[in-house]
Design a protein around this ligand. Structure first.
Ligand code: 1CP
Length: 344
């Protein structure tokens, strides 16, 4: 299955003449086709609970740009929602939690995670997988335990997650308990996604940048490592490649390699890592700054070529952005970018 997929070959650290391409947040508000569906739902999570709609949305960018991988249409906050924290997406505000975590009792009293409560996600995986051509792999995903904990404590998105960092300072043991619960939940959740058809897993540590190097290892990467180790030991998930995306973490490439991920997805500013030490250990994905897509074609080409040049000898390279496509980007620029990478 999927033996012709350039994406799976690159994840297996093979050198390829042309890198496979997919984009973080490739389905979303920048696409008019997405907006047409989105306007029918008030709450974003209600839309995620409709497997047929998720299937339609996941396929939109594949049909529009002929990308080399599809990603499940869902969100990382399905897990905190399943734990009873009451996640709502409010227009122009993003996610808001009805019952955020504010003390150690809240952590002790968290529901037991029931993976069946997210059945709507596995149905979406199954629908998307059945609708995709055989050679296009499907990426399943989850948030890292740390990133899920940060939203759950903060109760919303934030620039600096001040409340979360304050809570962490005075409640380290409780945060460890929360991270353990989220790690176990992520494992069961990803295992179900794989059973339903996901070929690859990506873990989003979108708030890795908040932590000092020491805390990053203790509160984030150790849990990502436990999660990946559990996946690599389970007969269902052991052969599934795992990609780790961490937003601008305060660490060297060695710490990212030590998470045991098969592929490192680079944030757009992560350009001075020592990629030599990563060769033949991990595949690399990334990392055009999405803001470049607001510039002229000439600038886009120049910046894209810099990246393609940097990784042209790298065994196992996947072209992607250094973070998600934002709503202000024109689909024409995505088309242009995809073409110039394929023609390079
Ligand atoms: O109103 C809308 O239309 C909602 C916009 C939207 C979309 C399209 C949200 C709200 N989530 C998603 C889908 C989504 N989210 C996908 C599947 C689509 C695709 O990639 O093609 C994925 C993989 C995610 C993952 C996700 N959700 C992350 C990790 C990636 C990243 O950007 O760092 C994060 C942090 C979230 C949380 C989230 N979901 C949505 C919002 C507004 C937020 C908060 C973002 C923030 O804190 O700034």
């Amino acid at each position: 299955m999927n033996s012709d997929s350039s994406f799976l070959k690159a994840l297996n650290k093979e050198s390829l003449p042309t890198p496979p391409i997919w984009y973080m947040r490739q389905a979303g508000r920048y696409m008019p086709e997405y907006q047409n569906v989105r306007k029918k739902f008030k709450n974003f999570l209600d839309m995620c609970k409709e497997p047929d709609i998720c299937c339609e949305l996941a396929l939109q960018p594949i049909n529009a740009f002929e990308l080399d991988a599809a990603i499940l249409f869902s969100d990382i906050l399905t897990i905190p929602d399943s734990f009873g924290l009451g996640v709502e997406f409010i227009e122009n505000e993003g996610p808001v939690f009805k019952n955020p975590i504010s003390n150690s009792t809240d952590i002790k009293n968290l529901n037991h995670f029931d993976p069946e409560s997210l059945d709507y996600v596995y149905k979406a995986v199954n629908n998307i997988k059945s609708s995709l051509p055989d050679e296009i792999p499907l990426i399943g995903f989850c948030g890292s335990p740390w990133t899920l904990a940060a939203y759950s404590i903060e109760g919303r998105s934030s620039k600096d997650f001040e409340k979360t960092l304050g809570f962490l300072e005075s409640n380290q043991k409780d945060v460890h308990d929360l991270l353990t619960k989220y790690t176990d939940a992520c494992f069961l959740y990803l295992r179900k996604q794989v059973q339903s058809g996901a070929d690859v897993i990506q873990i989003f540590d979108s708030w890795a940048n908040l932590l000092t190097k020491e805390d990053l290892i203790e509160f984030s990467f150790n849990y990502i490592n436990s999660l990946i180790s559990a996946l690599k030991l389970d007969p269902v998930t052991k052969n599934i490649p795992v990609i780790i995306f961490a937003r601008n973490p305060k660490c060297n490439i060695e710490e990212l390699i030590n998470t045991s991920a098969d592929c490192i997805s680079l944030f757009w500013s992560m350009n001075d890592l020592n990629f030599e030490v990563a060769k033949n250990k991990v595949a690399i994905q990334g990392n055009l700054d999405p803001k470049i897509l607001l510039e002229s074609d000439e600038t886009i080409k120049r910046e894209t070529y810099k990246i393609l040049e940097r990784f042209k000898e790298y065994p196992g390279y996947i072209f992607n952005l250094g973070h998600g496509i934002t709503p202000d980007i024109s689909p024409d620029k995505i088309k242009y970018l995809t073409n110039i990478v394929r023609e390079y």
